[in-house]
Write a protein that binds this ligand. Sequence first.
Ligand code: MN
Length: 292
Amino acid sequence: MVAKAVKEVIDSLQTMEGGGFPVRRPFPVRNLSHVDPFLLLDEMGPVTWKPGEAIGAPDHPHRGFEAVTYLLAGQIIHEDSSGHKGKLGPGDVQWMTAGGGVIHSEMPDPRFKETGGLMHGFQIWVNLPSRDKMMKPRYQEVPSSTIPEGESSDGKATVRVIAGRSKLGPSAVIDTRTPIIYLHYIIQAGGRVVEAIPRDYDSLIYVFKGEATIGTDSKVVTEGQMAILGDGETIQINVLDNVSKPTELLLLGGVPLKEPVARYGPFVMNTEEEIQRAVQDYQKGRLASILD
Ligand code: MN
């Protein structure tokens, strides 16, 4: 088994998304457009909204990839133009395969908006292989209670398995179009994890709380930073003994698609012509109905 090293550490950009909510974004940024097969990683918040002020993302389109929402705190209601509607609370996952086209909104639950409170979560975009880019949209909505969890033998590390599998737990209940691993780790002071990642995956770790030392050369990765991992089959993650709070991080990996990426806002295709077609379909109001 070859242990991985950290290839590069990337600082997040702080920006606004949707109607104007704050996100931390390790990519896409100027010098890193994607980490194949992942196109975007947004940490939404954490932000504490005052009563009446919570902001979401009103109607907008997607085509050519999957948008995965993992909520840690807050309440979101999503609704698409073909009438699909659902609700996300803390710990819930929505794995939305936009395929040929979805127009949807992702808004704070009106009751949450009224009271205000903490909103925190992630949205990740997973690219689709060219053969699936125009597939029929598909939703996998997974309540927190059915997300498999695992724990290290010393109890210092727990993992939630959103996609793929962890050495510490069972396999995910979510089905992915190409092989993906998506794990959420919570590691206490002094905790140590060695996770397995298949050799043919590209992988990264995003630390969103505390800090960890990662890989064969024990690179320190702190809150808001992402580590791109090098070659190998295992990754070592350590949390120091003297930290004041648990470290939390996402581990993401997948088989790279190695296909051309043409992207424009919410459309991610293989060619410029396909992007132009997506823009036209959207402008002509047929983006989300083209498959009917
Ligand atoms: Mn969206």
